[in-house]
Design a protein around this ligand. Structure first.
Ligand SMILES: Cc1cc2nc3c(=O)[nH]c(=O)nc-3n(C[C@H](O)[C@H](O)[C@H](O)COP(=O)(O)OP(=O)(O)OC[C@H]3O[C@@H](n4cnc5c(N)ncnc54)[C@H](O)[C@@H]3O)c2cc1C
Length: 373
């Protein structure tokens, strides 16, 4: 029988950040993941400098063996309309990474026992502890297993209210220099293409010699149809090399504002996608995964071995303070939808709006506080 103080389920950015944040806590930490690393994760791989700062990542060290594409601007349009290009002088405003590399890199920095190829099958209470897979005993289980995390399922016990989610598909294509040069893209500028009904957006994100393309929507009906239309659009506009098979991979996750998930229970706490924390306007989930883990680490350290629901109660409070109040089920009515569509058509042509609202406020969160531990 194995034993640890804290068992982290999931070695994505949420799980590895928590283990990293607790590296000097003196706690005996074990991290398990059903995959073997380096593993891929369906994701565009866009991060902001906040992510690197929060995790104290030395960019030169990272770049030694991994792709990290500095981004100095974005090109944004309503699909089919003329794009607005915004350039930012100075430091990069974002970076493009590959998740197979990024997640592996983060995992290598932690000070914990790691069990790979270990899938959580059962979680049973034994006295004041949990027994996982009849193999590991622990006082605290962290659910960092993404949207379908088994710990999140256990806490929420099949919560039927959970209907709103983002569905997205992406593909990463490795290209030659000649192929990229022949395409009508700027290798340092990602492009975003908002869907006409504003329920999502497509992207093309060049990272070194890799092109990541994909599309995410709040509405899971006909996602593959939207993705097909989008890739045909990109091919027609010479944004993609023509001779690559476009086999997309999909995944789902939840936006913070609409997630009704409970995120703590006795001896259990959720971080990252397991808690449903992605930013509502952009769908960005890596930074919230990391930030939630930094907040969770401070609560776990203060708990001093008492992981009752009451003791962990400060975690949802900190989450709400940092991410704002959730607005469950605030659906648009027909009129606001029409107004939004009309406004979007006009506003997405305005350089001021695209820079200050879409980019600075919704995507880059330039005014938000930097979380550090
Ligand atoms: C198409 C798409 C594009 C996206 N693009 C971006 C982007 O560009 N930028 C951004 O910030 N966010 C993006 N996101 C969101 C982002 O990918 C997630 O928010 C982020 O990965 C959350 O990290 P996490 O650590 O919580 O979960 P994950 O990264 O999903 O990690 C969970 C880990 O848990 C493991 N696991 C799951 N179940 C079990 C189990 N039963 N037992 C053991 N281990 C288990 C998995 O193997 C996995 O390694 C995108 C999402 C999608 C679908």
């Amino acid at each position: 029988m194995n034993h640890c103080d804290v068992l982290i389920v999931g070695g994505g950015p949420a799980g590895s950040s928590l283990a990293w944040a607790l590296r000097n806590s003196g706690l005996d930490i074990m991290l398990v993941d059903r995959s073997y690393f380096p593993r891929n994760k369906v994701c565009a791989g866009w991060i902001t400098p906040k992510v690197l700062n929060a995790l104290q990542i030395d960019i030169n060290d990272y770049a030694r063996h991994n792709i990290i594409q500095p981004v100095h601007g974005f090109r944004i349009s309503l699909m089919g309309s003329e794009p607005v290009k915004i350039d930012y002088a100075g430091e990069p405003i974002s970076y493009g990474i590959r998740r197979c590399e990024f997640d592996h890199y983060l995992l290598q920095r932690i000070n914990a026992e790691i069990k790979q190829g270990f899938s959580i099958e059962s979680i049973r209470p034994v006295g004041k502890e949990w027994l996982v897979n009849n193999d590991i005993r622990t006082a605290l289980i962290i659910g960092a297993g993404g949207h379908f995390c088994p710990v999140a399922r256990q806490i929420n016990n099949g919560n039927k209210k959970e209907i709103e989610k983002i569905v997205a598909q992406e593909i990463e294509i490795e290209c030659t220099d000649a192929e990229l040069a022949a395409c009508d893209i700027d290798r340092t500028i990602p492009e975003l293409f908002f869907c006409e009904d504003l329920k999502g957006y497509g992207w093309i994100f060049p990272k070194g010699n890799v092109l990541n393309i994909g599309l995410g929507r709040e509405d899971n009906r006909q996602l593959s149809h939207h993705v097909k239309k989008f890739s045909e659009y990109l091919l027609r506009h010479n944004k993609l090399p023509k001779n690559h098979a476009l086999k997309f991979n999909g995944h789902a996750y939840q936006l913070y504002k609409q997630t009704p998930r409970h995120i703590i229970d006795d001896g259990m706490l959720l971080v990252g996608d397991a808690a449903g924390l992605a930013y509502s306007q952009s769908g960005e989930g890596i930074c919230p995964a990391i930030e939630s883990s930094l907040l969770a680490a401070s609560v776990i350290e203060q708990a001093q071995g008492n992981y009752s629901r009451e003791q962990l109660g400060s975690y949802p409070v900190l989450i709400e303070r940092h991410f704002g109040k959730r607005q469950l089920y605030s659906k648009d009515n027909v009129i606001t939808k029409q107004i939004k569509k009309y406004m979007a058509n006009k506003l997405l042509k305005s350089k001021w709006f695209v820079r200050h609202i879409v980019l600075d406020k919704w995507f880059l969160h330039t005014n938000s506080k930097l979380l550090k531990i």
